[in-house]
Unconditional design. Sequence first.
Lengths: 223, 676
Amino acid sequence: MASASSGTLGFVTASMLTLLGCNVAIENPPAYDAERDLCAAKGAKEWDALLESCREEFEADGGCAGLISFTGQLENEALTVDSELGINEFFDRVTVDGVEIRQQIKLHGRSPYFVFAFEFRGLGGELSDEDQQRSLSFGSGTGDFESLDDELVRGALRMTVGGETKAFAPRRGNLTIAHQAQDEQSATFEADFGTAGDHLTGCFHAFAPKRIITRDTAADAGL
Amino acid sequence: MPACSRRSWRRAAPRLLVLALIALALEVRPAAAQEGELDIEDVQLDALLERDLDEQLGTTTAVSRKSENVMTAPAAMSILTWEQIRLSGARTVPDLLRWIPGVQVYRNGPGNHVVSLRGTGGLNGNNVVVTINGIAINSPLDASVDWDLVPVHVLDIERIEVVRGPVSTIYGQNAYTGVINIVTREAYGRSTSVAARGELGSDLELGVLGALSGRYASNGESSQVSVLGSGELDGTGRGGVDLDVPSMRRAGVVSHLQVATGRSSHLGVDLCASISERSSLDHLVLESNPQTRALLLGAVHFAAQDISDVLESAEISARSMAHLTETDPSLYQGFSYADTRSNRTAIGADVGFRLAPQLGLTVGAESVLDWVDAPYVNPSANDRIYPGHGAYGTLTYSPFERLHLTLGGRGDLPPATASFELSYRGSVVYEANAWSLRLAAASAYRTPSYVELGGRFVDPATGLILLEGDPDLNSPTNETIELGLIVAPIATLHIMPTIYVSRLRDVIIEDFEPLVRRTFTNDPHARDLLGGELEADWQARDDLGLALNLGTLHWLNADEHETPTVGVPKQSSAVVAGARVHGTLLRERVGYGFGANFASQRVFAVRAGVPPSIIDSDVAAQTHAFAMAEYFLGSDLPLWLSLRVLAALPDAAESPLPAASAGGATAVLGLAYGKE
């Protein structure tokens, strides 16, 4: 009878544990949880400090090419990324009058899950050491996004991991340029990628070790 | 000499080993064999006629973990006996399982198999509970089964019992599509038996196979003990790819001790240890490199019967199992299971009541502790202990002699998930003298693995996360309704057809499509499966038996929701069938068997591996054929000689994984010594 009592006791004990829910669910927070949204107002101080440090590093040995941060949702997954920028590429055009206009920038960064490149084409606007507040729209449809004279910009985000790559194009939203100098560009962006829920807001401040410059000829200018 | 009791079958069987066709050509003198040198017992066909179907089919403990007649068991099941195993030609347990309807097997390389039941399993093979003498050996990490770690030679298996369909009410998590119970050989009656066996073989490319095994078993007045050891090297079937596919090397021992502690109570202790090295290839590890795995298992149970008029049985059990996987990470480009350690420790109690002559109640509970330590699990989840609990009850009622009703339910809080899982089983079985009809409905669930829940594989080259689990995954569930018939139109023929419909919900898909990760997701669409199984066994004459097995799958709606990821239904063959002939000749001095099984084409167009690769290689229909013969040399020196020839046709890999190797053709010569 002792065995029966033990068995019954075990059953009762285990049943009670079951009813009490004494188990531990596994934790596996996404690595995005450790990333920071440095573009939000509460991240401003940290952004400024990191940017200053990055600038010093860039000026010393070109080691940090800027900062980028964004948050939102892609592929039904909430994500937040803060990253130093790697080698950036600035594409500028110099008119026959000697005016420098920004055509395009390419920014390279990494998240815990993928490396990425942001590309903005048809930026337009002269280069200046002064801050500005110029807003461009991510358009869709038939707009001439290569034009440097309008308020449209074409954006693209390409993610790469493990030999696989995927591109996303903003369908709506805007890019607001805050600073556009010869070797420096900063902006905030808000992009809707067209797929339900896929949306990113973010900001970047990029330094360019070198620019790719195209010079207009008189023929280009129609002279 | 009694005519053909089960015991006489068993006692005669070990003496029946082996002669090959070659041996027949060399030394066999049938006349000498007929001169009555042996004291083995005759098997008379008319004796079979005297036994009713119930007795012929025997009993099983696999369905309910208590002894019950196969004919009235509340689930579809198949049994391969030792004689059938011996004459099946199989060299491995997975190859044996090819003869069971509803089972699908494919081989990645030597010692590396994936076994699934009733169309689920695909590239994973973690939807079925596998037990050795009733003790589960599934990996705590992901519920997969390392068939190379089964620590017994296939000819030291007394029988294999396969329960098809959901059985979570008894076995808890992961008895999603069934249970496979491997029963090792023991001594019969009050006796001592010893056996030793050696095998040597080769494939056409001169890949070598060798095996040594031994068994000691003794039944005393108040104790039973058995110790089985085996070692094996398998370098056959490594063709098909331009890679150096590792051979399989393994060694294992399993022991069982049972001591009577009273007139109707006993204490049992089981120990098991196994180590193996074989190809690492699986659906996440797309590389074929040497991988070492080990299994350590210890279990103790105390059981008492007939305690009082009401209290029929009581059992307390405890078991602990450790799995280890080691690889050399420097060999791998992608993912490897390096430095994986896991443990599952469980205690349980089970009490059976006889509430009335026709009414029985079994209640039980089990608590489990899981521990997993692996570098590809998120550090926040790794190296922690996860408790789980389950409680169950089963009511059996026989309102009259021929009708048996079973109703069972179980609630679980599985380790590592926050969800409560409920499973059920209900059945009605009607039996007559020569047939029984079973209608059953049941559900089961599979706990998401620690990789699916907590996985985080960081690519050492780039530092990027290539695979990530999702702790919010639901447990996949399987709800099945089945109708089964066991019928003996003549006394020597058993036919067992089963038809079933299953609804699979929350199937876990490995979805490598999103680059932002969360690699695993529940399929939001239920999948409905209509399946049929047929098993037939005809002992046509004393020296001639025929067996058929057939399993068919038809997905009712899954095509509508296919995704290019691991988990699509077409990874299973729609038809798996087998036929074999076996028997004994010359007063059981010669045993023979030949036959073939067939699996229809399977379709793979999936992303798999870490980093993910596209696997787009349909696996053609494949046939496995065998022929075997055995010859008993003499009772003074009880030696058996055997030859087994196996061939996979076509000689192509039956796995879609890029580094999988073809099975090829193998011949194995065996010499065995055995004394009862």
